[in-house]
Design a protein around this ligand. Sequence first.
Ligand code: PMP
Length: 420
Amino acid sequence: PRDDLDLALTQSRRDFASIGHHPGRAYLDSAATAQRPAQVLDAERAFVERDYAAVHRGASEAVGAATEAFETARHKVAGFVGAAADEIVWTENATDAINVVALGLSDASTIAVDSALALRPGDEILVTEAEHHANLLPWQKLAARTGAVLRWAPVGPDGTWSIDGLRDAASDRTRLIAFAHVSNVTGLIAPVADVAELARSLGAMTLLDACQSVPHLPVDLGALGVDFAAFSGHKMLGPTGIGALYGRAELLNALPPARTGGSTITTVTMTDAEFLPAPQRFEAGTQPVSQAVGLGAAVDYLDGWGMDRIHAHETELAGLLTEAVAGIPGVRLIGPPPGAPRAAIVSVDVEGVHAHDVGQFLDSRGVSVRVGHHCAQPLHRALGISASTRASAYLYTTPGEVDRFGAALAEVRAFFGADR
Ligand code: PMP
C-alpha cells in the first residue's frame, strides 16, 4: 500500500453492511452500482416510518413534512453539484434523464417546431465513440425523428478520444454535444471545459453524462459551463430508482415535457394544458420520495468525507490498479497509460481468454469484477474486441483488494493454458 493512501476512507467499510456480509469478496464493481452505507438506509427508513406521504398535493401536515423532506433532498443534491434547486429534475436514473432531454428536443422539433430548441434536417448531434449506450441510443432516435445527423469523435487504439477529434467532427450545424465526463470503460476524464467552450463557439448545447464523475470527484456543473447533465443515485451510495437531470433553468423551462400527467401542470382543459416551471413540469406522477431522501443522505455521507478526499483516494487506487495490470504478460490495459490521469476504472483485454472466463476465474478467487461490453459496444468494436474485464473502485476499496485483483489476474492465462 502507498503511504499517501487515505486509509481512514477504507475504514468507512464498517458503514457498509454488505461488505461485512461477504468478507472473502473484493467488490470491484462500483462503476456498475455502489454499495450503500447504513446512513442512507437509516435515513430512508426513518423518513418512511415518520414522515411518509405523497408530496406537493394536498394541504395536510403529513404532506407538508414529506414535501419538505423531498425538497430538502433536492437542495442537497443541487448544492452538491453546483446547481440551483430548480435546475435539478428527479428522474429514474441517468438513462431516464438523458431520455428526458432527447424526447424533449424531439417534441420541440416535431410538435413545437417554432421552438428555439427545434432540430432541423441536416442539423448535427455530436457524441464520442466511447459513449455508454445510454448516451448514444437516445440521440440515434432523436436523429431519426428529426432528420438530424449523428456524428462522433473516434477513439484511438487505447479507447480514448481527444478534443481535437471532437473539433474535427464538429461543424457549424452542430446543435448538441453529448459526452461522458468519465468513461465507464476506459476511466478517461474528459476535458469538459474545452468541450463546453467548443460548443459555445458553435452555438451548440452540451449534455454531460456525469454518471461516473459526480460520485467520485468534486463536480461543479455551473462552473463547468455545461447545459445539461445526468447522473444516477445508485452509483453514489444512494438508492436505485432515482437519478437527476441537471439543466440550466432557462433551457429546462424551454424544453417541452415529453412525459405528461399529474403534478406537472397549472391549468388543464379538455383540449389543452399549461405546464409548471422546471423542475415540476418534468416530474409526472407520484414521485420517488423516499429514494430522494436516501439520495440526500448519500450526499451528506459523501460531503462528510469530502469529495476532494475521495477523489485523491481513488486517484491513488487508480495508480495501483494500472500498476497491477501493466506488468502482466498478455494483458492489455484499455484507456490512458499508467501514470496518466484517470478514474479508478480499469478495463483489460486478456489475450487468448474470453472476458467471461476471466470474470469467472477472478470470482473463484473472491474478486468481483464486471465483464462484457459494459454497454459500450461501439467502443469495444473500435478496439477489435467484443468484451473486456473491468475493475472499478470507490471510497471503501482497499489497496489489499487491488492486490488480490492483480494477483488473480496474473494467473488467468496460465490457468486457461493461454500462455503456451
Ligand atoms: N452512463 C455511464 C457512463 C454509465 O456508466 C452508466 C451506468 N453503467 C449509465 C450512463 C447509465 O446509468 P443508469 O443505468 O443508472 O441509468
